[in-house]
Design a protein around this ligand. Structure first.
Ligand code: 5AD
Ligand code: SF4
Length: 435
């Protein structure tokens, strides 16, 4: 094993993948590898990939062929593909990228050092899913930010008809609460102010007697941690204990990502989401009455199998009714292995694009309207860094997870929570002054 081999790791997809890359880095460092931010000086190049939509896979395939050139320049250099794409369609992948040395799925990272060592002649492939792997004993290499992501559960048991996650990330399993608390305490000791608990269906968390509501309270009891968030919850698992923890525990922030997917009951049933629009709206009502100034965001899919004009209109209607602060909106992408795969597409690409443009433009107007409601109000901003735009401004987040810009001042440090007043708003941020 080259003890000082340098690894370059690039991450695609969701926050779970970002967190997984931190676990991969920890495993490789423990095995004697070092890391580099520069692909052209790396001995090993790894991509941690996403399979949620075809577009995500295409991006990675494009990047892989660029990287193949770097590999050909130095034939000893190894190229590996990790994560959901590795798991999703290994055979097709090896056809499209035969120069890959290592292919490892989300439950195989512990064996990565071994796989890299064995990849000298033939590619080393490990895509076994493991019902028990949680990496609970691996302390991930977190970055030095004010916010840290902590994985509390892996996998998903919901099997929504459109979604590949249960097939590529495997079945649901929770990390023992004691391991989570230990990690949060270490992060607090390093000065982290905000913890984001992660899981594919994070509020399905359960470790013996500890459910997700209880876990929120346990994390909130850790001194030094000022703010707690979590993503992504499933509406069906928003049990009273979770709502209560959000309402009662001041550290749990008033922001919730609550994926709706569709506003049509017919489509929700076909998707197998496990709730009706009526149940979803009642949940929103319960949340809003328990948690003042709650911000909501969501995920929407347009053009699922069988979605007609009426279904789409129902989605627009529901988005309007709820009034989300923001939304992630996607065209339906047919995924192999999923239940809906064999049903095929019924909505043309052109029509999906039209629906997507329409829902995006409606949501932009709603986001602007929701943000404008904050003008004139006082907010507490957790300062995270320099603003990307705006000279002399710093950027941070309000409790509602809205980006806030505040004037830089010598007294303000990263990680401070400062009072500010909102003076203007766009659909994406709040511009503030200091008192
Ligand atoms: N096509 C389009 N969007 C999808 N999502 C999941 N699977 C698909 C798919 N096949 C979206 C859902 C989910 C988000 C993470 O990605 O909206 O909530
Ligand atoms: Fe996919 Fe549904 Fe599981 Fe979310 S809950 S990861 S959409 S199967």
């Amino acid at each position: 094993m080259p003890s000082l081999a340098r690894v370059y790791l690039e991450t695609y997809g969701c926050q779970m993948n970002i967190a997984d890359s931190q676990t991969v880095t920890a495993i490789l460092r423990r095995a004697g590898y070092t890391t580099t931010n520069n692909a052209s000086e790396a001995d090993i190049i790894l991509l941690n990939t996403c399979a949620i939509r075809e577009h995500a896979e295409e991006r990675v395939l494009g990047r892989l062929s660029d990287l193949a050139r770097l590999k050909h320049a130095h034939p000893n250099r190894k190229l590996g593909l990790l994560g959901c794409m590795a798991q999703h369609n290994r055979a097709a992948l090896m056809n499209k990228a035969p120069w890959l040395d290592v292919v490892a799925g989300p439950d195989s990272y512990r064996r990565l050092p071994e796989l890299l060592a064995n990849a000298d002649f033939d590619p080393a492939v490990d895509v076994r899913l493991d019902r028990t792997e949680t990496y609970a004993d691996v302390s991930p290499e977190h970055d030095n930010g004010v916010r840290a992501y902590v994985t509390v559960m892996r996998g998903c048991d919901k099997f929504c008809a459109f979604c590949v996650v249960p097939y590529v990330r495997g079945r649901e399993r929770s990390i023992p609460a004691a391991d989570i608390l230990r990690e949060v305490q270490q992060l607090a000791a390093r000065g982290v102010k905000e913890i984001v608990l992660l899981g594919q269906t994070v509020n399905a968390y359960h470790d013996e007697q500890v459910g997700f509501g209880e876990l929120l309270k346990m994390v909130a009891a850790v001194g030094g941690i000022e703010r707690i968030r979590f993503t992504s919850p499933h509406p069906s698992d928003m049990t009273p204990d979770v709502v209560e923890a959000m309402a009662r525990e001041p550290k749990v922030q008033p922001y919730l990502h609550l994926p709706l997917q569709s506003g049509s009951d017919r489509i929700l049933t076909a998707m197998g989401r496990g709730y009706t629009t009526d149940e979803y709206l009642r949940l929103v009502e319960r949340l809003r009455s328990a948690i003042p100034d709650l911000a909501l965001s969501t995920d929407i899919i347009v053009g699922f199998h069988g979605e007609d004009e009426q279904d789409f209109a129902a989605t627009l209607g529901l988005i309007r009714t709820v009034g989300y602060d923001s939304a992630f909106m996607f065209k339906y992408s047919l995924r192999e292995h999923t239940r809906a795969f064999r049903l095929g597409d019924t909505v043309s690409e052109v029509e999906k694009s039209r629906r997507l443009a329409e829902v995006i433009s409606m949501q932009e107007a709603i986001s602007l309207e929701r943000n404008r409601n904050w003008v004139g109000r006082d907010v507490m901003v957790l300062v995270e860094g320099r603003a990307r735009r705006g000279e002399g401004m710093m950027a941070g987040k309000t409790p509602q997870f809205k980006t806030a810009l505040v004037p830089a001042a010598p007294t303000i440090k990263l990680g401070d929570i400062v009072p500010a007043q909102v003076v203007s708003a766009t659909g994406h941020s709040l511009v503030c002054t200091l008192p």
